[in-house]
Design a protein around this ligand. Structure first.
Ligand SMILES: Cc1ncc(COP(=O)(O)O)c(C=O)c1O
Length: 397
């Protein structure tokens, strides 16, 4: 075997000579933003003005929902949505998610109740949700993980049957479709993130979408301290408006969002084709009738079959100059802040814990060339074929 055929962790040449980051946002050209930016400078209207309105109108059309309310982040949007719906007591949510999903409940004094997820979709398991309902439950807060739509149909039925509100943390899912319908109008409210790791980026930002006019109005007031406009605040809102700068960027990015999603789906297919042939790798299952943004491409490594643990794969990829992430490890029920809401002595979320312990996200973004994709795949294949040697050298699985 030639030296160059060995993985870099065993002294071979890295597949990339420079570092390949986990993420590279596809941003517009500065020239394409200048007219709008100049308008803002010349009018002095820096926040929550014509470009925010334009962004809300354009997303309302794109998502085919009745109301879009632009906010400062998905976190603030979730906090406001929970507040505006008057949720109390307990809310059921997945633990396999980003911290902010749960934080939106803690900020509203609500007890998070974690339900396990489905092994192949990584989304909250409706059957597990049903088992967690008590008389204190006021809502279900589901997440479209990595853009893969949660089972909106089953969750809606459960919510309806038990008279619960249904909220979707759609942080990853702008442009995803569930049963052929764009995510945004499911449940009582959905909240998107427009932060730099997403496909539709405003810098920092969020978007709350709902078919309920009254709720939308309350969130509009809520993003402005709870002030309807006469300084006589109706409730304790937040300062969570979107600036015009953020809206200008997001409006431009919306123009090439579909193209971005298509490119990511194409890359995901290239990944899928070759990774499926390797032992010990399982991929996120997307239902035929659904569409995902592939906000992240994450794979689960069965260390016994693959040959090395996810952590060693991550280290070996680092040596190939490929950055990876462990989205989401730890799951949020294992975070210090959630200790008091979860009895860690007992493993109650076995699927979540299995996924978190074995998952790894590899780079996926529109600007990856086919050659980059080929290099990433070759690196994983080389690492797998040398896995027993790597184990021997490192002295651990
Ligand atoms: C599932 C999920 N929810 C919420 C958030 C918070 O989004 P933001 O940074 O816009 O507040 C994130 C951030 O990536 C996320 O991944």
């Amino acid at each position: 075997m030639l030296k160059k055929d060995r993985p870099a962790i065993l002294g071979g040449t890295p597949v990339f000579s420079g570092v390949l980051p986990i993420l590279r946002p596809s941003l517009p050209e500065l020239d394409d933003l200048l007219v709008a930016l100049n308008n803002v400078i010349s009018t002095g209207q820096i926040t929550n003005d014509r470009y925010v309105k334009e962004f809300e109108e354009k997303t309302t059309d794109f998502l085919e929902v009745k109301n879009c309310v632009a906010v400062s982040s998905c976190t603030s949007g979730l906090m406001l949505a929970v507040k505006a719906m008057g949720l109390t007591g307990e809310v059921i949510l997945p633990s396999f998610t980003f911290s902010a999903t749960g934080h939106s409940l803690l900020w509203n004094g609500i007890t998070p109740v974690f339900a396990d997820c489905v092994k192949d979709t990584y989304n909250i398991d409706p059957k597990a949700v049903e088992k967690k309902i008590t008389e204190k439950t006021s809502a279900i807060l589901a997440v479209h993980i990595f853009g893969n739509p949660a089972d909106a149909d089953s969750l809606s039925k459960i919510a309806k049957k038990n008279n619960l509100k249904l909220v979707f943390d759609a942080a990853h899912a702008f442009g995803s479709c569930c049963n052929g319908i764009k995510v945004g109008g499911f449940g009582d409210v959905e909240v998107f993130s427009l932060s730099p790791t997403k496909l539709l980026i405003s810098g920092e930002g969020g978007l709350v979408t709902t078919e309920n006019d009254e709720l939308a109005e309350k969130i509009r007031i809520g993003r402005n301290y709870g002030d309807p406009g006469d300084y006589n605040c109706e409730f304790a809102g937040l300062s969570a408006r979107m600036t015009e700068w953020n809206a200008i960027l997001a409006i431009k990015m919306l123009e090439f969002l579909e193209e971005n999603i298509e490119r990511r789906n194409y890359i995901a297919n290239l990944f899928r084709h070759r990774l499926e042939k390797l032992p010990g790798i399982s991929l996120q299952h997307v239902k035929l009738e659904d569409k995902t943004t592939w906000k992240d491409f994450s794979i689960i490594i069965n260390s016994k079959k693959f040959g090395v643990h996810r952590d060693i794969l991550s280290l070996a990829l680092e040596k190939e100059n490929i950055k990876t992430k462990k989205y989401f490890d730890p799951p949020i029920h294992k975070m210090k802040v959630y200790d008091e809401y979860f009895n860690n002595a007992e493993t109650k979320l076995p699927v979540t814990e299995y996924i978190s312990n074995n998952i790894i996200s590899i780079p996926v973004y529109s600007r990856l060339s086919d050659n980059d994709v080929d290099n990433i795949l070759s690196a994983i294949e080389r690492i797998q074929s040398f896995s027993s040697k790597i184990r021997m050298v490192l002295g651990k699985p």
